[in-house]
Design a protein. Sequence first.
Length: 217
Amino acid sequence: MRIVIAGAGTLGRRVAAYTREQHDVLVIEQSRTRAKALEEELHVKVLVGDADELSVLLEAGVDRADVFVASTGHDEDNLVASLLAKNEYKVRKVIAAVRNPRNRWLFNRSWGVDVAIDSAEIVTKLIEEEATLADVVTLLDLREGEVTVSSMQINKDHWAAGKTMRELGLPEGCVVAALLHGNQIVMPKPETVVEAGDQLLIIAGPGAECTIREELA
């Protein structure tokens, strides 16, 4: 696949690091210093420029990209870059990082976003477990509709601590795709017990509101 990544921060660097061996990867970064460091570290192609500008996206080859990842540190930049990638250059899969959870409602297909990720930590941990971007895309099953990814931390005082996945009571259209237990990624089963400190990776289908109810019925 041809992958274009906007932003050479933690998420952008990790995606580039774990996809460069099998895919054609290019990173867009505004900071010349950061761009140079990334080139020297990973030996990937880096274009210095603003991913919110059509000319920069075109120079980066977004019109030929299979996947575009908007991973800058600013939600407004990620939204604009996603919209341009999808609407102007018809990129098949657009993934955008949401830095401020309050802005998550904006990250949808109307802004060109196929997948909104509101926790860079989730993607980082998936990648650290040797998952490639292709694996992530396959996991999310992005062929149709809007898909969003969110995470939920279960602290020791949360009622869900000690309960099984079956008891969580997620609404229809919501799936817990993975449970992060320390440094381990667990594929949950109905009988899997959620422990204090665990983090849930929740995938929501089109229009689904994925929240765990406050307490057992």
